[in-house]
Design a protein around this ligand. Structure first.
Ligand code: GDP
Length: 298
């Protein structure tokens, strides 16, 4: 059994306590521990290398502060670096100048997209918006019904294909949903899309076609926080195949370490915007990079 990232860093930082200033040897010993800890936390290897490289650079060039002891200084450098990679400030949704704002959800099957549609709808409705959920996941037999159930629980209307009226064509459904929103004066449209278990050309093309058809203001890439080393490959495939403006980390309730958050943010340069933390519709919040950094370092 390995120690958690937090435990490792805490031990490392304890070892530094009592020293007057940061020597290169101190910094390197620390970096070794941080590297090991991040790998244990399932942060992807290239991300670990880049991250620790920047921490090392900052640590060696840092002014020796009178106010902080060496351990505190390293903690601060690692913390600042984590916050920076995770997107800095909490990034809020960009709303269209001319409503409706279109938000498209993309990600692998089981990532938590349909659940997220309900969570986001409920969250935005509570802020005074009038969202509409659109069922463009026609891949899974139950996906439309699942979105209808989620919409009902969230108290948010759902636009779904009528049998014989465009069923089987997720692009037509997405376009129909946006038209419906204009007619009924919904100010936000949340488009749920299909995912497969693995990365798949056809799936990517379908998501890209939906994106081209409804030109969303935001494309949110939903990724399971438990995905581990696969986070980089999956995020890169969606970044290249569909493109996205922000990341939603789901199932954060199951992973205390947040390695995937760091990997995805670093390789795509896109901010993590929301965190999904459970199966209930209320288990959802804007992502705070500073809080995640503290949680990783706790
Ligand atoms: P989709 O295939 O991407 O639409 O994924 P779903 O929304 O159907 O979610 C897949 C499963 O993960 C369902 O059983 C959800 O209840 C569950 N799920 C979704 N989000 C979370 C979360 O944040 N935490 C936990 N523990 N489970 C979640």
């Amino acid at each position: 059994m390995f120690n958690s990232l937090s435990d490792r860093l805490t031990t490392t930082f304890k070892n530094l306590r009592g020293k007057g200033r940061l020597s290169e040897a101190d910094v390197d010993a620390t970096i070794r521990e941080i590297r090991r800890a991040l790998l244990d936390a399932d942060v992807a290897l290239p991300v670990v290398r880049g991250f620790t490289g920047k921490v090392r650079e900052r640590a060696l060039s840092a002014e020796v502060s009178a106010a902080l002891n060496p351990a505190q200084q390293i903690v601060k450098i690692v913390n600042d670096q984590l916050v920076e990679v995770l997107g800095g400030e909490t990034r809020r949704l960009q709303f269209a100048k001319n409503p409706p704002t279109v938000i498209m959800l993309a990600g692998l099957q089981g990532a938590g997209k349909t659940t997220l549609a309900g969570k986001l709808g409920k969250y935005l409705a509570a802020e005074g918006h009038t969202p509409l959920l659109v069922a463009s996941d026609l891949q899974r037999p139950n996906a439309v019904t699942q979105l209808q159930v989620v919409g009902e629980r969230a108290g948010v209307p759902v636009y779904a294909p009528e049998p014989g009226n465009g069923i089987g064509d997720p692009i037509a459904v997405a376009e129909g949903g946006v038209r419906h929103a204009v007619e009924k004066q919904h100010d936000i449209v949340i488009v749920d899309t299909a995912g497969r278990l693995g990365i798949d050309e056809e799936l990517m093309q379908q998501a890209a076609d939906i994106r081209n058809a409804v030109t969303p203001d935001e494309v949110l890439f939903v990724i399971d926080a438990m995905i581990g080393q696969d986070a980089v490959r999956t995020a890169e495939a969606f970044a290249d195949g569909v493109g996205f403006t922000g990341v939603v980390l789901s199932k954060l309730d199951g992973d205390a370490r947040g390695g995937a958050a760091l990997s995805v943010a670093e390789v795509t340069g896109k901010p993590v915007m929301f965190a999904s933390t459970g199966e209930n519709l209320g288990d959802f919040e804007p992502f705070h990079p500073d809080r995640m950094a503290s949680r990783i370092l706790d």
